[in-house]
Design a protein around this ligand. Structure first.
Ligand code: NAD
Ligand code: MG
Length: 394
């Protein structure tokens, strides 16, 4: 049977890798709909090849341009625009699987929509798990959705936990591997430019997650993501730096056995796993050759130089809406850093300041999540503007 897919974030790094896997299995998948944020050209290019029934763009003012470009390309698709239209695609009754590869908290609504509709949800958008927390996991359970993580670490953990009983899980530890990012081993983080920060040594990814990898915030977000997805408290999640990015994460059980998932650092492996699950299929990634692989090394993360990792652990342990504040402050800080308005280490200061300053009760609804997200964004933007006025940044 063919799987009908809604691909949100079709023009991004994960979106393109997903299309590459789908391209290799035309008999198994149809792309029913696709969505992007603002850029028309790559969306049209993807639509020309995959012929979706619906193409949506989050930026409303781009609707006419998108419609005209699709027509010019000979693509006969329905055109929709706006954030609500994007979220709606995730609940479309015509769709079996939602590949949620939007970046940032903009993904909260589509993720909830897919969960509520009981979809098979292939989730790359970690920010929606970080913000959604218990509410999201409750919706997944209630609606009988199937949540398959695409984030490579979580996809690895999912695989390591196959066959583990509830008792075995309850006594197990998650070992999240981290590449360490481009600045691993550095103690002095002054003078880092956006160009330096987005150049990841092992993975090719979107700009936001690349900066998160450079600050170790990505690993912090992933600790929170793992805690919710697998029901592990913060004190049963360890982080280890593994610069080769061959082991994608591990689970250690009570008897001392550790199960690891290995592979080339290529997102098409976790994407193929989730698309094919419970079967296995080829996504175009060459298996490892252990005779030439060389040495795998491990070290502790440098928590002093990269304080956002511990800040994420603390936000998770606090148990309320702190993870939403952490995420929103970080998104604005990353944006300001990429726009050269603040320096690299100012991102740490901003996130820490917002966590200290903003009262974050546990949200009781998606609306409350979005409200806390908005408030935090506004306050972080103000803090960035104040820094600029003071002349200390830039
Ligand atoms: P990216 O910047 O390359 O792509 C983001 C995509 O989201 C683009 O298609 C963009 O148009 C779309 N988008 C952004 N805002 C939107 C909105 N409001 N509505 C609709 N579409 C919107 O990012 P990426 O690297 O592909 O990452 C996507 C998500 O996957 C992030 O949450 C990231 O943390 C996660 N992730 C990425 C990787 C990776 O290797 N790139 C690995 C693990 C997890
Ligand atoms: Mg990851």
């Amino acid at each position: 049977m063919t799987q009908s897919i809604a691909l949100l974030g079709a023009t991004g790094s994960i979106g393109r890798s997903t299309l590459d896997v789908v391209r290799q299995h035309p008999e198994r998948f149809v792309v029913h709909s696709m969505a992007g944020a603002t850029r028309v050209e790559p969306l049209v290019e993807a639509a020309r090849e995959f012929r979706p029934r619906i193409v949506a763009i989050a930026t409303e003012s781009k609707k006419d341009e998108l419609a005209a470009a699709l027509r010019a390309a000979g693509v006969d698709a329905e055109v929709r625009a706006g954030a609500a239209a994007v979220a709606e695609l995730a609940g479309d009754p015509e769709v079996d699987s939602v590949v949620q590869a939007v970046v940032g908290a903009a993904g909260v609504e589509p993720t909830f929509r897919a969960a509520r509709a009981g979809k098979r949800l292939l989730l790359a958008n970690k920010e929606s798990v970080v913000c959604g927390g218990a509410l999201l996991m409750d919706e997944v359970k209630r609606a009988g959705a199937t949540l398959l993580p695409l984030d490579s670490e979580h996809n690895a953990i999912f695989q390591c936990l196959v066959g583990a009983s509830d008792e075995a899980r309850a006594a197990a530890r998650i070992v999240l591997t981290a590449s360490g990012g481009p600045f691993r081993g550095r103690r002095d983080l002054s003078g880092i430019t956006p160009e330096m920060a987005v150049k990841h040594p092992k993975w090719s990814m979107g700009r936001k997650i690349s900066v998160d990898s450079a600050t170790l915030m990505n690993k912090g977000l992933e600790v929170i993501e793992a805690s919710w997805l697998f029901g592990f408290p913060a004190d049963r999640i360890d982080v280890v730096v593994h610069p080769q990015s061959i082991i994608h994460s591990m689970v250690t059980f009570a008897d001392g056995a550790t199960i690891a998932q290995l592979g080339a650092p290529d997102m098409r492996t976790p994407i193929a796993y989730a698309l094919g699950w419970p079967e296995r299929m080829d996504g175009g990634v060459k298996p490892l050759d252990f005779t030439t692989l060389g040495t795998l090394t491990f070290e502790a993360p440098d928590r002093e130089t990269f304080p956002l990792l511990d800040l994420a652990f603390k936000a998770l342990a606090a148990g309320g809406g702190e993870t939403i504040v952490l995420n929103a402050a970080n998104e604005i800080a990353v944006e300001a850093f990429l726009d050269r308005r603040i320096g690299f280490t100012t991102m740490f200061a901003l996130v820490s300041e917002m966590l200290a300053k903003i009262d974050a009760p546990k949200p009781a609804s998606v609306e409350e999540i979005l409200e806390l997200d908005r408030t935090t964004r506004a306050l972080t933007r103000e803090a960035v503007a104040a820094l600029e006025r003071s002349g200390k940044e830039g």
